[in-house]
Design a binder for this molecule. Sequence first.
Ligand code: DHB
Ligand code: MG
Length: 617
Amino acid sequence: MTNAIASVSLSGTLEDKIRAAAAAGFDEIEIFDVDFLASPLSARETRTLIGDLGLTCSLYQPFRDLEGMPDPLRARAFDRLRQKFDVMAELGCDRLLLCSNCSPLASDDRPRIVADLREVGEIAADRGLLVGYEALAWATHVWDHRVAWDIVREVDHPHFGLLLDSFHSLARAVPNESIREIDPAKIVYVQLADAPVLDMNRLYWSRHFRNLPGQGGFDVEGYVTELTRIGYTGPLSLEIFNDRFRSTSAALVARDGVRSLNALRDAAARNLGQPTRMPGKAEILGVEFVEFAVAPEDRTALEQTIAAMGFACAGRHRSKQVTLWRCGTTNLVLNFADDGFARAYRLTHGTAICAIGLVVRNSAAAIRRAEALGGKTEVTDIPSMPAIRGVGGSLVYVLDHGSAEAIWASEFDLVPVEPAGEGAIEGFDHLAVAVHNDEFLSWQLYWRALFDVQVQEAQDVIDPNGLVVSQAIQNASGTFRLTMNATDARDALSSRFLSQTFGAGFQHLAFHAGDLPALARAVRARGLGCLPIPANYQDDARARFGLSPAESATLRELDILVDEDARGNRYRQFYSRAFNKSFFFEFVERSGYEGYGAPNAPIRLAAQSRYRVEPLP
Ligand SMILES: O=C(O)c1ccc(O)c(O)c1
Ligand SMILES: [Mg+2]
């Protein structure tokens, strides 16, 4: 099995695309017709470049609108076919993709279609080439791979076979089990793409929104599992038409492409009980700590803030300028070191969350999987706590279950702290990251390929200055929750965060509590500045959720927002003011509610925008 990518998936000139594919470690590249037509390189020169970089050209594509055409278009299509075959001979490429006909002139007469395609097979046989027939989801007649497979069987020619593309099959909701009916020897090639589940014209959906397997909502894993089950061992090729990929780094998309394919092969092998080359997705058990890199001038203010939230200093690091703050079993680490990683982090991002510590089922296996999938891993000062590079250059430490207390005790001079009282923070609820739009899919793939997490449907959130897309990623038990936000709107809060903090990072940290009003009262009494929520919102919430006068008065007094899911599970939340106009804290109470209060996000963002710093004229 080889890994391939279509040139259309990558940005730049044909030469850029070939170089990026080779550098990322692909075995093969598909040349997209227009990429070749637009290139000043001849077929021979292209072949030499591909070969010199250690790649092969596994497919030329697409060839369109051939079968069932009336004359003279039919004769012209066959002339064009011969010309493409000439180019392929020069390119050293032996497979052509033929799309099912999309012309309104295409005949649905099966014997004619079969006769035309058999003739294609004959011409291909003369030249020693193979043609793969692909059912496009929007074709005039043949838009289902089951129909294309029937036709391939009827054509019954050794130089004519089937080409499968997961986008077309899954956009048409063709069941993956239908692949079991296909003879793997007749599959000429397989293209893979994922996509967000959208209700959209299929051509537009395909040409603009495809993404890498592991970035969308299709069951591409099931697709590849069925292909593996029937014994298909040919190339798996990424064919991603995506507006964002066209304008982003080819190197990034190519690297993510290899990660995506290797994670997919691993998942398929696991589903079939076959041997695998890497440990499975790391199971996250919980968040052990969140670490801040703290600039000296921010130290007092940050300590006052977290003290107001109910944290107390529980220890000093034995050798570094690092302190541990605790509230019950919730740990914050403040790193003031003037060397090493935390210093480098704060010099670029300012005082910020620079690392998180995740408890996983097996930390060594988590590191091996990250490395197998191209992740950057770090050996840290604490050998039992290795790390994986995360967004914005942050670190994701991985710890084994039960190892944390020993690490705290050996690294820190611990001092006893008062047990957390009534209405205290009881744990981390979620982390929110802001990323550039260009990196949004890349970081989604990172979490989904390395860790055993699921995604929720992406939410559109209205910021007063533009639309923000928010994607929740979490584990099955809800002990790890992350939301990822990105926008093209230059002035939205998450964009301002990105420009002020020099790139992607953790923008807010949410804690959960069992008694949110009690927590809200306690943090206010200790001086935490909270985000005011308008009375208009509270008037609506009272009526909408049928709140009692007393409950409504409490939410109003404490600036608490509320949401309810379809089953009546409640979510209550309030926010701190931002620290240094940068990151902020959220406090939530949830019972059976799985979301993040998305309907309240516009209220919160509008409240936050009232505190924004106007740019200098
Ligand atoms: O959008 C298209 O026309 C197109 C072309 C070639 C393909 O392989 C495909 O899946 C779609
Ligand atoms: Mg295709």
